[in-house]
Design a protein around this ligand. Structure first.
Ligand SMILES: [Zn+2]
Length: 297
């Protein structure tokens, strides 16, 4: 069973304690520049690689981005921090793909560490952004829902070209990928699933949005209905058993370990149908503990 250290669960996505000092706020640097100082792995380059089938890892060491390819065009999921856009584009090119062949950009959720690079990637690729209605305002406003006026959590605004509903499928070339809304971590947190073929066998791949509490307030609510959203998401996902789990931070799916196994000769190193179950249980336990503490405060 995968063990996720409590510290890591709190740390991921959005720090509770901002790294910004009063002095840092006075200079002219973009707010997101500070995040790469406090979280250097978020901007650290790693060699891109094929995960399974037509799915490639093109993110940084600490922030995932996934490229899904087809001869009729590609899909890119998540853009990392704003300053990660060029790194992601270079990773895609180094794999032999053309950034201008990306037709659709998708986003797991509207937090600066996963949506921040989307505006620049849109400019580099000419792709359209497809996202849930629940996250549209935050993406287009460049804010973290509930922290609208806190510039430390800002991201470059990016226009959503089309919204998706729960169970809606997005098609690009031969790619079909389906959205499941898993709100809580953000109001429009969106998980995506598709089938990938490796050695003539199809594997169900889940790109999970995440369900950590991280920087969110539960009491008072970060956004109306957040507690019910988390609980419905746990209820909805409890029985999921995807063959391949991918998440917007690589440590959630033990990427380095699996990549080493893959390099050593196992083409199915990323296949583990039990992994999601362990992850979602750890998220649920951490959520209920945070909620209890928030109520008692
Ligand atoms: Zn987040």
């Amino acid at each position: 069973m995968a063990i996720f250290p409590r510290a890591a669960l709190i740390y991921v996505c959005c720090l509770i304690v901002s790294p910004f000092s009063a002095g840092a706020q006075q200079n002219q640097s973009a707010p997101w520049d500070q995040w790469s100082i406090s979280n250097p792995t978020w901007v650290e380059a790693v060699k891109p690689f094929r995960i399974i089938g037509n799915i490639y890892y093109v993110g940084s060491k600490g922030l995932s981005s996934f490229l899904i390819t087809s001869s009729g065009g590609h899909i890119l999921i998540d853009g990392g921090l704003p300053q990660n856009a060029d790194l992601i584009a270079r990773n895609i090119q180094s794999l032999g793909f053309d950034v201008s062949d990306i037709i659709i950009l998708l986003n797991s959720h509207a937090h600066f560490d996963h949506s921040g690079g989307l505006n620049a990637l849109k400019g580099l690729s000419g792709a359209q952004l497809v996202a849930s209605e629940g996250d549209r305002a935050a993406l287009e406003g460049g804010f973290y829902l509930g922290f609208e006026n806190n510039r430390n959590f800002a991201a470059p605004p990016v226009k959503v070209d089309r919204t998706v509903r729960n169970n809606e499928t997005v098609h690009v070339g031969s790619i079909s990928i389906t959205a499941t809304l898993t709100p809580g971590h953000t109001k429009g947190c969106t998980s995506w699933n598709m089938s990938a073929v490796e050695q003539n066998t199809a594997y169900e791949v889940l790109f999970f949005c995440g369900a950590s509490v991280a920087g969110n307030n539960l009491v008072p609510a970060q956004y109306d209905g957040i507690v019910d959203d988390y609980r419905r998401t746990f209820e909805k996902t409890r029985e999921w058993r995807p063959d391949v789990l991918l998440v917007n931070h690589p440590f959630y799916f033990n990427m380095d370990e699996k990549r080493a196994e893959q390099v050593a000769g196992n083409p199915l190193a990323f296949v583990d149908p039990n992994e999601f179950s362990a992850l979602i249980q750890s998220f649920e336990r951490a959520f209920e503990q945070s909620y209890k503490q928030a109520v008692e405060r």
